[in-house]
Design a protein around this ligand. Structure first.
Ligand SMILES: C[S@@+](CC[C@H](N)C(=O)[O-])C[C@H]1O[C@@H](n2cnc3c(N)ncnc32)[C@H](O)[C@@H]1O
Length: 507
């Protein structure tokens, strides 16, 4: 792993006392399970140099931290809290220019930097950002029940604000009992949500602290669409867009936003789509033709040889399409968890059952991947992971994928030309790209000044051909996305389906 230097600026540190006493310490931090110097540095705004200098017990590689250990983060009067995380392409001059400080100040505060500034290292900034993002996810999951119960309490409050005659009429409909049922459904959901985060270490290499509190800065919430039905149209991205370099977790309780909670509610519905019997018809409509096209394309490959084909599923959601491809239709019914994904909105509900019906998940064992199938999930932006040149010698991408399956994915692009270019580049000769989805451009109307190129279907297909794809099997497939099948409102997407092979193109 690359090491990282958090460069500090603005305060000189030349007069550290030889012996540190408790009262000399401006700030302290208690090490949590999984903490690293880099993570502490990023979250607490302390440079690696300062952390090491003040805590002489920490070894050079920072491998001897232990949970519960109290660290001093800075000395009174000499505690530099203005830090910057070194990013790729950073140099000392670029850092100094960004911080508006002279070289002497940077070097005085970071005596570990060598004369030609060749020992600053990059890369871990992304890790710190990722950890902040995961901390927010966990904080959001932790606070799901209080948010959802508060929303239901609003209904209770409104009920009590009615004239007593109206209250009586609603009461005869069993209104209060219904609100109690909703509360109970939310509490059941909360059990499931808490079970997901019971071991936060699954989110990253590092544990994120007891309550993943903090992660103060609000995420960029630029794009505003989701494919899910309903009235909210928050953008359904799974990755972080946190650009502020500042505060980290541990510095105060993170207050989830409506956007965060909406994503969590969408996730519950995505569990239904991907991992329940209820979602089967939706999966059959979307994933079914894609799997069939995949098998058709490789019909000449013997069954025993198929596990050698490399299939990529970008934007895999909760993973079912990739799992089904690996599974070759073996399923086990387990139904271990019960969730109530439809209790958060009372609009367009025909009856109590449509609102309160439980959904059992999963309908297949996620762990039952057949032996010999190399199945992995990669978190990260598609363009960043697959679009950069093959600088990672261990994991080259060009021409490596026999099949690429994009389901409700290509419209997540800010500039779909990039996606097409990458898909073309990483597809193996003789490979197939199978697409199914609408064009609900996720970044249209974004509030973060991100670009968004919204093409119509004809334009996308023309581009595909110019890029060197031969499109075949084109058709429109009508399907829903995380639909409540009992709702009085339903969106049906007329999705574009095609299979594409690679020929030479203009790029
Ligand atoms: C509409 S969902 C579709 C999920 C899944 N394919 C399905 O059909 O249920 C879009 C997916 O793309 C992912 N996504 C959005 N932008 C992405 C990007 N730039 N790179 C990688 N994945 C992205 C989201 O996290 C989400 O999982």
């Amino acid at each position: 792993m690359l090491s990282q230097i958090f460069v500090s600026a603005a305060l000189a540190m030349s007069l550290l006392p030889a012996v540190l006493t408790q009262s000399d310490c401006a700030r302290t931090y208690t090490v949590a399970v999984g903490d690293t110097c880099n993570a502490i540095g990023a979250a607490q705004h302390v440079s690696n140099f300062q952390l090491n200098f003040v805590n002489t017990q920490i070894n050079t590689d920072c491998t001897n931290l232990f949970p519960g250990e109290e660290l001093c983060l800075g000395i009174v009067g000499q505690d530099c809290t203005t830090t910057a995380v070194v990013n790729s392409n950073d140099t000392c001059p670029s850092i100094e220019a960004a911080a508006r400080i002279p070289d002497a100040t940077l070097k005085a505060n970071n005596p570990n930097i060598n004369a030609d500034c060749s020992n600053i290292a990059v890369g871990e900034a992304d890790i710190a950002e990722e950890q902040r993002h995961f901390a927010k996810v966990i904080a959001t999951f932790n606070q799901y029940s209080s948010y959802a119960l508060a929303a239901n309490n609003r209904r209770r409050k409104d009920f009590y604000s009615l004239a007593s005659e109206d209250q009586r009429m609603l009461e005869r409909l069993g209104w209060k009992a219904k609100l109690i049922d909703i509360d109970n459904a939310i509490l059941e959901n909360a059990k499931f949500v808490k079970a997901i985060i019971a071991r936060p270490v699954i989110f990253s290499d590092a544990d994120l602290g007891e309550d993943a509190e903090g992660a103060e800065e609000q995420e960029q919430q630029g794009s505003t669409h989701s494919h899910a039905d309903g009235h909210t149209h928050n953008h359904d991205h799974g990755h972080s867009h946190s650009h502020a370099g500042g505060s980290g977790y541990g510095a105060g309780r993170y207050r989830p936003t409506d956007f965060d909670m909406d994503k969590l509610r969408s996730t519950l519905k995505q569990f239904v789509r991907d991992w329940s019997e209820e979602g089967r018809s939706e999966r059959d409509a979307s994933y079914g033709p894609m799997k069939e096209a995949l098998l058709n394309h490789f019909a000449n490959v013997a069954e025993g040889e198929r596990s050698k084909l490399r299939v990529l599923v970008p934007g895999v959601g909760l993973g079912r399409l990739a799992y089904d491809i690996a599974q070759l239709d073996r399923t086990d019914q387990v139904n271990q968890h019960t969730i109530y994904p439809y209790v958060h909105s009372l609009s367009n509900i025909p009856n109590r059952n449509a609102l309160l019906r439980p959904i059992m998940i999963p309908d297949a064992l996620p762990s039952a991947i057949p032996r010999g199938v190399n199945f992995s999930l990669v978190a990260g932006d598609f363009e960043e992971v697959y679009g950069t040149d093959d600088h990672d010698e261990d994991e080259p991408q060009t021409g490596q994928w026999n099949a690429i399956m994009t389901c409700f994915f290509i419209d997540t692009a800010k500039n779909v030309i990039n996606y097409l270019r990458i898909i073309h580049k990483i597809l193996a000769p003789g490979g197939v790209w199978i697409n199914l989805g609408p064009l609900l451009w996720h970044w249209e109307n974004n509030t973060t000044n991100d670009i968004s190129i919204e093409l119509d279907l004809e334009e996308v297909k023309t581009l595909c051909e110019r890029m060197g794809f031969k499109l075949e099997n084109e058709r429109t497939i009508e399907t829903t996305y995380t639909n409540n099948s009992q709702s009085m409102l339903g969106y049906v997407y007329k999705t574009a389906f095609w299979t594409a092979t690679k020929i030479e193109g203009e790029t």
